[in-house]
Design a protein around this ligand. Structure first.
Ligand code: NAD
Ligand code: ZN
Length: 380
């Protein structure tokens, strides 16, 4: 079969690889029909996630047809069209039983900090992902969810990560009626977080990025205010204070993550702003622009040992920091309803359809934010 093959930082290609096989009675094999590239894949692509091994196939956002099942699979059958949460969860461990499907212990017992994720390095279990024609799906009685009749496959594929992650970002923010919510990052995740903030009762939603085309999109899609941190302001923290009566935002969401933040740092320090070198990341901005006693919700992904947190400000302001991988399975029932009822229209985010064979172009375009790219989907 054809599958994405990681060759080292910024080098991905398509190769012929052996077909995946059933290795455990609860496994299934899925023939992939759509598979996305995610901002999380860019951390791997840029070589910033430890133990990302050459030869791995990435891809944690995919849907497809069940073509083979192990002897203990009862919840899905051959021929079912399924969407597969990006977390690999056993459904039975201490964490899964609490709905923390992103923190499953069974699927990645060696890791202390993270559950397993398809195609996300050996720190996340070392499973191959779905940027391929076929993929092995472990714990097939837990993750794969039959795509409801009438649901557009483009909507279904975004229910594997983007929608639940954006929704959980807003949920973790503990938004109260009328709250002002600031979202850093207008990628698919930030756009979805801004959109979902309204569902929790936000009174004002503001999104901040560096790409006007993404901000324009967010303004329309998420019905929020949108500002460019490179051209609309000098200091994002002062800017947010100014537009919130000097109180700060009630809730700030970090939908940026590690090296994207570093990119902004270079920009800002290059412009000799008041911020000290090393302090101009989205996470710093979030902590410094939320009001005292406020909540910072982090869904942007950081490496296990990244330490960018001005912890003294967290202490002195009495902040609550909440962060996690999204727990896709926990959220799916209500989000499937929202999609079927038109409350959330995920497929509008898809700007690019790229044949799997042209995956290197897909990574290049999405990574450099070329051609007004918001979300690319790969078609095997
Ligand atoms: P993306 O690369 O499309 O978007 C990131 C955006 O952040 C870009 O538009 C970039 O211009 C912007 N940005 C960079 N520095 C910034 C700054 N200092 N302030 C404001 N904006 C800034 O990525 P995406 O697919 O939207 O993913 C966003 C983040 O969410 C990534 O870190 C990804 O790993 C993470 N993620 C987390 C989960 C989870 O479960 N927690 C799931 C999916 C994605
Ligand atoms: Zn993803």
């Amino acid at each position: 079969m054809l599958a994405m093959n990681y060759r080292g930082p910024k080098r991905v290609r398509i190769d012929e690889k052996p077909m995946p096989e059933i290795r455990h009675p609860e496994d299934a094999i899925v023939r992939v029909t759509r598979s996305c590239i995610c901002g999380s894949d860019l951390h791997l692509y840029n070589g910033n996630v430890p133990d990302t091994r050459v030869g791995t196939t990435f891809g944690h956002e995919f849907i497809g047809e069940i073509v083979e099942v192990g002897s203990e699979v009862t919840k899905v059958k051959i021929g079912d069209m399924v969407l597969v949460p990006f977390n690999i969860s056993c459904g039975k461990c201490h964490f899964c039983r609490q709905g923390l499907f992103g923190n499953c212990h069974e699927s990645n017992p060696e890791a202390t900090a993270v559950g397993a994720i398809y195609g996300y390095s050996h720190t996340a279990g070392g499973y191959n992902g779905g940027q391929a024609e076929y993929v092995r799906v472990p714990y097939a009685n837990v993750g794969p969810t039959v795509i409801p009749e009438g649901m557009d496959p483009d909507d279904a594929v975004l229910l594997t990560d983007v929608v639940p992650t954006g929704y959980q970002a807003a949920e973790m923010g503990g938004i109260q009626k009328g709250d002002t919510v600031v979202v850093f990052g207008a990628g698919p995740i930030g756009i979805m977080a801004a959109k979902c903030s309204w569902l929790f009762g936000a009174g004002r939603v503001i999104i901040i990025d560096q790409y006007d085309y993404r901000l324009e999109f967010a303004k329309n899609y998420s019905q929020c205010e949108a500002y460019n941190f490179k051209t609309d302001m000098d200091d994002p923290v002062l800017f947010i204070k100014k537009i919130t009566d000097w109180m700060g935002a009630d809730v700030v969401i970090d939908a940026v993550g590690a090296e994207a933040a570093g990119d902004a740092m270079q920009t800002i320090t290059g412009r000799k702003l008041l911020l000290q070198a090393g302090s101009a990341t989205a996470l710093h901005w979030a902590i410094n622009s939320v009001k005292k006693g406020g909540i910072v919700s982090i869904v942007g992904v950081y490496g296990p040992t990244d330490n960018l947190v001005p912890i003294g400000n967290v202490l002195n302001k009495g902040l609550t920091i909440r962060a996690n991988q999204a727990s896709v399975k926990r959220l799916l029932p209500r989000l499937i309803e929202h999609v079927l009822n038109g409350v959330i229209e995920p497929k509008k985010l898809i700007t690019h359809r790229i044949p799997l064979e042209e995956i290197a172009d897909g990574y290049r375009i999405f990574s450099a934010k070329l051609d007004n790219c918001i979300k690319p989907v790969l078609i095997p």
